[in-house]
Ligand binder design. Structure first.
Ligand code: AMP
Ligand code: TRP
Length: 338
């Protein structure tokens, strides 16, 4: 435990590298909305992380607006939480450099996301992809954020952020200067799987177009994707234990539960014994009911880039006030002339 006494703050970020999908919504954005009423919240579009792999410049700009619009469409209120893009707050990059000198090579060598993203030929990966988790630690700690809502896949990066915060505090004898940020992962929806393969996570980069439900999919597309979702021939079990070894069934029941606010047990109490011919249409109806209105709002907001830019600018200004102050303190601690 730490003796950190500062204010409780929340930071999270999403990369503008593709369309927002059901996994992003249930694993991250939905939590952003709930948390804004409890904490001081900072929601970032992490464009500097996106360029660790190649991004078409025109698309990057468009997708930055898309992510900002997704936050808003899901219900993040820009009057309450700061919504901004990372590259507009220069303190992130400044702190990241200092953290590059705190983090150890051995720590980064263990990061599984680098291994997955770099693929077989890691000599050809960008240096940025390697130090990606260090920039992520800077995103969080430049606000001294205490809580970070993310999906399950970010657990290891959050551990690294805690290690960096702890080593900085220790090396500079700056007791409890940085909090050790807590990941907020738990809850239904922390790991939504592909509709085509229950063993890989739903992801915007999945090769199969039916694997992923995008927030902008129209009702017919969502329904078609759910009807085509891979399943097994057995009816649904009447208890969660019966989902063991049936990852696709488990995923669909999990999505139903996450969207309806029911536990797996409650969903199965209702649908146990039924086949997917009954369950899939019910799930499709629920997904359309909950997600289509967000998609419609997203389309409306994307048609007004000037408004989105004004939200991002105002958010960056608010975020900079905190971030610049923290970086100034860090510079003093490190021994830079300020
Ligand atoms: P990404 O799209 O990888 O930038 O992820 C943005 C946020 O969504 C992060 O908090 C992820 O942990 C979360 N996320 C991404 N994919 C999933 C998924 N399939 N299930 C749950 N959360 C996810
Ligand atoms: N690495 C995160 C992802 O791929 C995105 C991210 C960047 C992030 N900086 C962050 C998430 C800070 C939480 C906090 O999803």
């Amino acid at each position: 435990m730490t003796g950190y006494q500062g204010p409780q703050r929340v930071l999270s970020g999403i990369q503008p590298s593709g369309g927002m999908h059901l996994g992003n919504y249930l694993g991250a954005i939905r939590k952003f909305v709930e948390l804004q009423h409890k904490y001081d919240c900072f929601y970032c579009v992490v464009d500097m992380h996106a360029i660790t792999v190649w991004q078409d410049p025109a698309k990057l700009r468009e997708q930055t607006f898309h992510i900002a619009a997704s936050y808003l469409a899901a219900g993040v209120d820009p009057k309450i939480a700061a919504i901004f893009h990372q590259s507009a707050v220069r303190a992130h990059a400044e702190l990241a450099w200092i953290f590059n000198c705190v983090a150890r090579l051995g720590w980064l060598d263990r990061m599984t996301q680098f291994k997955d993203k770099a693929g077989k030929d890691k000599q050809r990966a960008s240096v940025g992809l390697y130090t990606y988790p260090v920039l992520q630690a800077a995103d969080i700690l430049v606000y001294k954020a205490t809580h970070v809502p993310v999906g399950e896949d970010q657990k290891q990066h959050l551990e690294l952020s805690r290690d960096i915060a702890g080593k900085f505090n220790h090396d500079f004898k700056a007791d409890d200067f940085f909090p050790l940020p807590e990941p907020l992962i738990k809850g239904p929806g922390a790991r939504i799987m592909s509709l085509r393969d229950g063993s890989s996570k739903m992801s915007k980069s999945d090769g199969s177009e039916n694997a992923c439900i995008f927030l902008k999919d129209d009702a017919d597309t969502m329904t078609r994707k759910i009807k085509k979702a891979k399943t097994d021939p057995e009816p649904l079990p009447s208890e969660p234990k019966g989902l063991e070894g049936r990852p696709e069934a488990e995923n669909l029941v999990g999505i139903y539960g996450a969207l309806s606010g029911k536990s797996d047990a409650e969903v199965l109490a209702e649908y146990g014994g039924q086949g997917f011919g009954v369950f899939k249409p019910a799930l499709a109806e629920l997904v359309v009911e909950k997600i289509a209105p967000i998609g419609a709002e997203l389309n409306r907001l994307e048609a007004d880039p000037a408004y989105l830019k004004s939200v991002l600018d105002a958010g960056a200004e608010r975020a900079s006030v905190i971030a610049d102050k923290v970086v100034r303190e860090v510079k003093e601690i490190v021994g830079f002339v300020v």
